[in-house]
Design a binder for this molecule. Structure first.
Ligand code: SF4
Ligand code: SF4
Length: 374
C-alpha cells in the first residue's frame, strides 16, 4: 500500500463494489440500487454492478425527463422519479386486518417489515430528504412503527454527484451535491470505474475494511473534489430561501396564485415524486366473501379535492389556487414551524415530472417579484 494520500479515504473499483454488494447480501441485507427500467432510473434489488445503469445519463428540465447513453460512468445520472421514500414509506401499507373467527371479530395489526436493506447510490439531496422524513415519522410525539422498522435496518451507500441537471438546486437548499452525514459509506466516482470511498459510521468503516481498497492518492482526492465542484457549478437554478416563509404566509392573496392555478392540472405528480411529501389516507378493503376486511394506508396528495373533503361541507380547499398555495406554502414556509426545516431539499423532481413544467423556484421568485428558475 502507498503511504501517501489520505488514509481515511480509500480507492475502490467496481470489483470492490461487487464484493461490498455480496458481503451485504450475505449479512442478510436486501441490496437495492439504481436500475434502468421503462426509460427511467428507479430503485430495485441488485446483485452486482452489472445491474447499474452504467453509461446512462439523464436529461431533465421542466416537464421533461429522458435517458440517453453517454460515457461509461456508473452513477452519472442524477435523480429519477422514484425516491427512496418508496422503500421507507411505501405507497401502500397495510395497517390491520379483521376476520370473523368462531363468531367473534378478531383484529390483528399488520406486522412491521424488519427486512434489513442496503441502499446503493443515495444522493446528498436524498439523504436530506430521509432526514426530513425522520423528523416527521420518528422525532415528533408519535412514531410511525412501520417507518421506524424499515429505517432501523438501513445500510446507506451514498454517491456524491459529479453532474447536475437543469432541474437541480440542492446548492441553494444547502443539501448537496456532497453527502455530509447520514450515510455508512460515501462514494465519489472518479475515472475508469474507480471511486474514492469514505466511511460515515462504524458499520461503514467495518465493511470498507473488508474490501479490496488502497489509500487515495492526492491526485485522486483532487479528482473527487473536482467532480463535486463540477456538479455544483452546473447548477443554475436557485431558490432564494431568505425570508421566504414570511413572504409566503403573508401573501395568501398574491395574484401569482391565480396565475399558477391557470397552469396547474391538479394531477398530484409533484407530491408523488417529492421525496419529503408524506401525507397519507386510509381505506378499508373488504374480502369479497365478507369474511374479513383490512385497513390500508396509502399515499395521498393535497392536490386532490378528497384531501380536505368534510362530510356535509365539501372540500375546504375547493380551488386549484388554494391547493397549489397550500402545497407550496407548506413545503417552503409552515414546514419550518412544524418540523424546524424546509420541506424542500432541491431535488428538482417536481419540476421535471410536472406535465406542464411548473417550477417551484420560479413560482417563489415570482412571489418576490424577481425572475426565477434556471
Ligand atoms: S418540492 Fe420539488 S424540489 Fe423540493 S424536495 Fe419536493 S420534489 Fe424535490
Ligand atoms: S404543479 Fe404540476 S405536477 Fe403538481 S399538481 Fe400541478 S400540474 Fe400536477
Amino acid at each position: 500500500m502507498s503511504g501517501s494520500g489520505d488514509p481515511a479515504r480509500v480507492v475502490i473499483d467496481a470489483n470492490g463494489i461487487d464484493t461490498l454488494i455480496a458481503i451485504l447480501a450475505k449479512r442478510g441485507y436486501e441490496v437495492l440500487g439504481p436500475v434502468r427500467r421503462d426509460g427511467a432510473i428507479v430503485h430495485e434489488p441488485i446483485a452486482s454492478t452489472d445491474d447499474l445503469p452504467r453509461g446512462w445519463i439523464d436529461e431533465q428540465r421542466g416537464g421533461h425527463y429522458r435517458l440517453k447513453q453517454e460515457g461509461d460512468a456508473y452513477f452519472a445520472y442524477t435523480v429519477g422519479p422514484s425516491s427512496w421514500k418508496r422503500v421507507l414509506h411505501p405507497p401502500r401499507q397495510p395497517l390491520w386486518r379483521s376476520e370473523i373467527r368462531d363468531g367473534e371479530v378478531a383484529i390483528e395489526a399488520a406486522s412491521v417489515d424488519t427486512q434489513r436493506r442496503a441502499l446503493i447510490g443515495v444522493r446528498a439531496c436524498e439523504l436530506a430528504a430521509i432526514a426530513v422524513q425522520d423528523r416527521v415519522f420518528l422525532e415528533g410525539p408519535y412514531q410511525d412503527r412501520h417507518y421506524a422498522a424499515r429505517r432501523a435496518g438501513l445500510f446507506i451507500v451514498a454517491v456524491n454527484c459529479g453532474r447536475a441537471v437543469e432541474t437541480c438546486f440542492c446548492v441553494s437548499m444547502d443539501t448537496g451535491p456532497e453527502a455530509r452525514a447520514g450515510f455508512d459509506i460515501a462514494l465519489t466516482e472518479i475515472a475508469n470505474g474507480r471511486f474514492v470511498a469514505t466511511a460515515g459510521s462504524d458499520d461503514g468503516a467495518a465493511r470498507l475494511a473488508e474490501l479490496p481498497t488502497r489509500p487515495a492518492e492526492p491526485s485522486e482526492l483532487d479528482a473527487a473534489a473536482a467532480a463535486i465542484e463540477t456538479a455544483a457549478g452546473q447548477m443554475t437554478r436557485t431558490l432564494e430561501t431568505e425570508g421566504l416563509p414570511d413572504l409566503l404566509t403573508s401573501n395568501p392573496d398574491h395574484p401569482r396564485w391565480d396565475d399558477v392555478a391557470q397552469r396547474c392540472l391538479n394531477c398530484a405528480n409533484c407530491t408523488m415524486v417529492c421525496p419529503t411529501c408524506f401525507c397519507t389516507d386510509v381505506e378499508e378493503v373488504n374480502d369479497l366473501d365478507g369474511g374479513g376486511a383490512a385497513r390500508v394506508q396509502q399515499w395521498a396528495s393535497c392536490f386532490t379535492t378528497d384531501f380536505t373533503y368534510l362530510h356535509g361541507g365539501g372540500a375546504v380547499r375547493d380551488s386549484v389556487r388554494s391547493r397549489y398555495r397550500q402545497w407550496m406554502t407548506h413545503k417552503l414556509a409552515t414546514w419550518h414551524d412544524q418540523f424546524g426545516t424546509s420541506g424542500c431539499v432541491g431535488c428538482g423532481r417536481c419540476i421535471a415530472w410536472c406535465p406542464v413544467g411548473i417550477d417551484i423556484t420560479e413560482e417563489a421568485a415570482a412571489m418576490r417579484g424577481a425572475r426565477g428558475g434556471g
